[in-house]
Design a protein around this ligand. Structure first.
Ligand code: KG4
Ligand code: ZN
Length: 338
């Protein structure tokens, strides 16, 4: 059978990314991050779209070059239509549309959240592949969802956050502790040296499979304000324990909801995706759940957890096989639903 080459473009937030896939194999996966946001403690949308405009041509060129193919070999272009920041999405969407005219090849629109889930189906993403139906926990700086995945194209949201995403909970807690942005990976590292039971933060009471993280952030803020009033050096003296306790609380919140989702659906296969699935606490908890609860868990390789274009490419490939193309009328959609 014929090989299908897909060029994939991702620009939904602050990473400009391009990848080339041959069928379900990744030939290249290039990501240009944006340093500019660190000094502001979060992503500045206007600066993000400007940086995407500067990065997109070299990133796409590099992806094609590294793949060892020529533009003429491409069968289709897949791009992130949403959800994400409008200005950022527009850069990738317009670029993909023009390139599709220039190369006379079809366009495929991709939902960023579907891509975080279907990243598991990239050939080298993990040793074993999820079997339908499975539950997907997508946890990132912008999203927190539990999705029932019945097939590649039949995804049903069972629950999601009603306020902050779990990545924001990590990043905002880190900000309170004086850590740089993004704080998630730093909290993860510091937590390894601390006692997860040192401090107790109450968990939110949210019905069903929805999540809430804004209360946790406030609880941490009040706790730190109270403790530093008595001891100005409280944070530096207890940083590892504070981080371990925050991470422990967040992991418990996620696990509680997964347990409920398993109970409600009877599905015991769990896949995770999104930037926060790089977190060692959540990875360990999921691995332990195999023995503890008899779940089968799927943890993708790190490079496919944070935002990347290879995950856009795998959805592009699956849609290509399904003859699911889009046309030049397509526009970016900041609030695109699954
Ligand atoms: O998926 P992603 O790269 O971008 C979004 O779509 O948001 O996720 C970024 C988020 C940030 O909030 C970052 O702090 C968090 O993922 N993150 C982590 C870890 N690595 C990245 N959070 C906790 N532990 C980590 N190891
Ligand atoms: Zn993402």
């Amino acid at each position: 059978t014929e090989n299908i080459y897909i060029l994939a473009i991702e620009s939904s937030c602050d990473d400009t990314a391009a990848a080339v896939l041959c069928n379900n194999n990744v030939l290249s996966n290039i990501i240009a991050g944006q340093e500019v946001h660190a000094q502001y403690g979060g992503v500045v949308p206007e600066l993000a779209s400007r940086a995407h405009q500067q990065n997109i041509v070299p990133v796409v060129d590099q992806a094609i070059k590294k793949a060892g193919i020529s533009k003429k070999d491409l069968n289709a272009i897949a791009f992130t239509r949403g959800p994400g920041l409008m200005g950022s999405l527009l850069v990738g969407t317009s670029f993909a549309k023009s390139l599709s005219i220039g190369l006379k090849i079809p366009l495929i629109e991709v939902n960023h959240m579907q891509a975080h889930i279907l990243a598991h189906f990239i050939e080298d993403a993990s040793a074993k592949k999820p079997v339908f139906p499975f539950l997907a926990l997508t946890i990132s700086g912008g999203h927190t969802q539990i999705v029932q995945v019945n097939s590649y194209f039949d995804l049903q949201i069972l629950g999601e956050t009603i306020d902050d995403a779990v990545g924001e909970a990590f990043d905002k807690s880190g900000k309170i502790l004086g850590l740089g942005y993004p704080a998630g990976p730093q909290i993860d590292q510091l937590a390894k040296l601390g006692n997860p039971k040192a401090f107790k933060f109450s968990k939110p009471k949210v019905e069903g499979l929805n999540f809430s993280f804004s209360g946790l952030k406030t609880a941490i803020l009040y706790f730190i304000q109270k403790e530093t009033k008595n001891n100005p050096n409280f944070i530096e003296q207890h940083l590892n324990d504070i981080c371990a306790s925050i991470q422990h609380t967040i992991v418990e919140i996620l696990l509680d909801k997964l347990k409920l989702a398993v109970k409600q659906t009877g599905i015991t296969q769990i896949a995770i995706g999104g930037g926060v699935s790089a977190n060692s606490g959540i990875r360990t908890a999921l691995l332990n759940s195999e023995k503890k609860y008899g779940w089968i868990t799927y943890l993708p390789k790190f490079e496919y957890t944070t935002d990347n274009a290879a995950m856009i490419g795998i959805v592009g490939y699956l849609k290509y096989l399904n003859n699911d193309f889009t046309n030049q009328e397509i526009t970016a959609s900041a609030r695109l639903k699954l």
